[in-house]
Design a protein around this ligand. Structure first.
Ligand code: NAP
Ligand code: MG
Length: 399
């Protein structure tokens, strides 16, 4: 059999623990037998990050800017225990954080739906994609505990020394205060990433904030989205027959629950944190979710949303059989291959990505699945497969 041709390589970011084991199985059994795979390989496993003083992470992000499409395995974000476990030189930063900072991206997450795992919300028929702004607000806050009476003010000191002040509160009793910020440029990138993604996937875009209460802060988000929409996207949206619509965040929440799904929901940073957990849980499982970081200048990084599944890895190391769900990792590969195919005009490659995803869904719908899904499926007698057996079952369908 002739293998499917590739032109530009994918940036391949290998990772840690159980997902690293799955990574190799997916490549060996689901991709390399069918595709003449070309990748530029970066080992983001913790040992290599430590050996290169984390330069490998930065290099992989730069390669993503250059080549346009990356696929990333889950990686350990070290804490004190990992520093000891791996004898690290220092507690390296989160690779996802480093990559996001370099690519200036927005993270899109969507559930992978099957007929045998039902959303808890009866009306949801199509996936809801969350687009989460990943900069500022309470994630970059400054807080004070106010112990004694006195006033708290916001003070802006311009570079020429001019001060602008605004009273936060005249405290008579103890209390708390918090300062948050955001940047026009970051909000604009978030708007462009959300709108480009909606266009690319031909879905409506919803955005909600609280501009009626936050008349300067949230209103700025609303205005920037509207300006960018009118100037850069309106015409393209109308041509595709999709729409952009803004309303208050609480109104959006009510509409989301009543909806059938099938749209992109852009969320401010905190709203996205809270709502993505609600949406993914309501759809079934974190291992049944796609995740892609989209940068405003057109780089795409596909990943699994879950971690390295440490508990399963230790079982694997002890020689025990595991039943780890590889769907999110498979969809990271298929997403990256499809995008590469689209960008390079390789229809066969994009079609292969579709077939790989279909074979994965078909396997689950035939009742062959890993333990996490067997526990929640609506099918009567699911067969609980090991990590290896599940990937083999998909490979069987593919060939
Ligand atoms: P985790 O890997 O997400 O796993 C937590 C638990 O969720 C697992 O023990 C397992 O439950 C279940 N689970 C997650 N993914 C699964 C899958 N694919 N199949 C079946 N079950 C799955 O989180 P963690 O074990 O707390 O974190 C391990 C490491 O991952 C940490 O070092 C963290 O830094 C890293 N992390 C990386 C990323 C990323 O790179 N994207 C994201 C999050 C965390 P049971 O044990 O009950 O079966
Ligand atoms: Mg969270």
């Amino acid at each position: 059999m002739d293998k499917i041709r590739m032109e530009t390589p994918l940036v391949e970011m290998d990772g840690d623990e159980m997902t690293r084991v799955i990574w190799q199985m997916v490549k060996d059994q689901l991709i390399c037998p069918f595709v003449d795979l070309k990748t530029e390989y970066y080992d983001l496993g913790l040992e290599m990050r430590d050996a290169t003083d984390d330069a490998v992470t930065v290099e992989s992000a730069q390669a993503t800017k250059r080549l346009g499409v990356a696929v990333k395995c889950a990686t350990i974000t070290p804490n004190a225990a990992r520093v000891e476990e791996y004898g690290l030189k220092q507690m390296w930063k989160s690779p996802n954080g480093t990559i996001r900072a370099l690519l200036d991206g927005t993270v899109f997450r969507a559930p992978i739906m099957t007929k045998c795992i039902e959303p808890y919300v009866r009306t949801w028929k199509r996936p809801i994609t969350l687009a989460r702004h990943a900069y500022g607000d309470i994630y970059r806050n400054t807080e004070l505990r106010v112990e004694r009476p006195g006033k708290v003010e916001l003070v802006h000191t311009a570079s020429d020394g001019t001060e602008t002040r605004s009273l936060v509160h005249e405290f008579a009793d103890p209390g708390i205060v918090q300062g948050v910020h955001n940047l026009d440029g970051s909000i604009a990138s978030f708007a462009r990433a959300s709108m480009s993604f909606a266009l690319d996937t031909e879905q409506d875009l919803w955005f909600g904030a609280k501009d009626t209460i936050s008349k300067t802060y949230d209103h700025r988000f609303k205005d920037i989205f509207q300006e960018i929409y009118d100037l850069e996207y309106k015409e393209h949206f109308e041509k595709e027959g999709i729409s952009y619509f803004y309303t208050l965040i609480d109104d959006i929440v009510a509409r989301v629950i009543r909806s059938e799904g099938g749209f992109v929901w852009a969320c401010k940073n905190y709203d996205g944190d809270v709502m993505s957990d609600m949406v993914s849980t309501a759809f079934g499982s974190l291992a049944m979710m796609t995740s892609v970081l989209v940068s405003p200048d057109g780089a795409w990084e596909y990943e699994a949303a879950h971690g390295t599944v440490q508990r399963h890895y230790y079982k694997h190391l002890a020689g025990e059989e595991t039943s780890t769900n590889s769907v999110a990792t498979i969809f990271a590969w298929s997403g990256a291959l499809r995008k590469r195919g689209e960008l390079d005009g390789l229809d066969d490659l994009a079609a292969f990505a579709d077939r790989l995803e279909q074979a994965t869904i078909d396997t689950i719908e035939a009742g062959e699945m890993t333990g996490d899904l067997a526990a929640i499926t609506t099918l009567e007698n699911p067969v609980r497969l090991s990590t290896r057996e599940f990937i083999e079952a998909i490979a069987g369908r593919l060939s």
